[in-house]
Design a protein around this ligand. Structure first.
Ligand code: 4FV
Length: 280
């Protein structure tokens, strides 16, 4: 088993105090200094301090095989840019997927790339119901295909555009997953009728003042008539989804859409995903 050359200063982000039930995130990157970055702020940052989740950042260069810490090489068949070397990427993945006892952890390894399957709230929910995730961040043309196949790596995209690296997509995925973990969002209710929770886009939102630049809050929202308000919000969500996301509307009307809506995962659900053991 390849032993990584531990850099002189172990990463302060190695969170060895992983609490039971804590969601474990392992990030493989050639730019470890980008983390935790924005993940240290606000609710996600608070959850990190409270060990609701843990972050371990591994520098892929620590798994390079030569003294130049080379992690990439020119593309076979020619062409621009560089490709991440399979042996180096695999060594980093194997190190990440080996828990303290050297057993292979069972959580997914995800490579963030524009070629990936689009990240959806449904996939985020699945990930949040698990124990953890390992995220491989590219910085080049890509990663050698053989390591993706050889290690069963799942490719995920955060959108049809090209970034300079996978680190920001990794942070987006972490934020989306961790916010569904118990105890992260103040009032759990807020995830219930948010975008995609019912396979629909969210209805418009309003707050005081009642009139602003000659624009009024829709009367129904001030009526106190909860059934009519819910009905108005649903009709708005459907209208917006039809207009802006015919793909979502098709999925929604063909019953494919989000099944049971999003709600903060109860401990029972989280542990169910863990195969039944509960904390209490
Ligand atoms: C990306 C995306 C993305 C492509 C080349 C990193 C960059 C570089 N990742 N969704 N869109 N990645 O643009 O996930 O390696």
């Amino acid at each position: 088993m390849f032993q990584p050359r531990i850099t002189a200063r172990p990463r302060p982000l190695i969170d060895d105090q992983v609490a039971i039930g804590s969601f474990r995130v392992k990030v493989l990157t050639v730019l470890p200094e980008m983390f935790p970055g924005p993940l240290e702020a606000s609710l996600i940052g608070k959850a990190l301090k409270e060990h609701i989740w843990s972050l371990e950042v591994l520098d892929i260069r620590d798994f390079a095989r030569n003294k130049h810490r080379t992690v990439d090489d020119t593309p076979a068949g020619g062409g621009p840019g560089l490709v991440m070397k399979p042996d180096v990427a695999a060594a980093a993945i194997d190190h990440a997927q080996a828990d303290a006892a050297g057993e292979t952890v069972l959580w997914p390894v995800i490579y963030l790339s524009p070629r990936g399957r689009s990240l959806t709230q449904a996939r985020v929910r699945e990930l949040a119901a698990g124990d953890g995730v390992t995220l491989l961040c590219g910085r080049f043309e890509g990663v050698d295909q053989r390591v993706l196949e050889g290690r069963g790596v799942e490719e995920v995209s955060i959108g049809d555009f090209v970034l300079t690296g996978g680190e920001i997509p990794a942070m987006a995925l972490i934020d989306a997953v961790v916010r569904l973990r118990p105890g992260v969002l103040g009032n759990a209710a807020s995830t219930e009728d948010e975008s995609f929770s019912r396979g629909l886009l969210e209805h418009p939102h309003y707050t005081r003042p009642q009139a602003w630049e000659g624009r009024e809050i829709p009367e129904v929202l001030l009526s106190g008539h909860h059934a009519r308000i819910a009905e108005w919000r649903l009709s708005q969500a459907e209208r917006l989804t039809k207009e802006r996301r015919p793909d979502l509307w098709r999925a929604h009307t063909s019953g494919e859409g989000a099944a049971d809506g999003d709600r903060e995962l109860s401990d029972a659900q989280t542990s169910a995903a863990k195969g039944g053991q509960t904390k209490d």
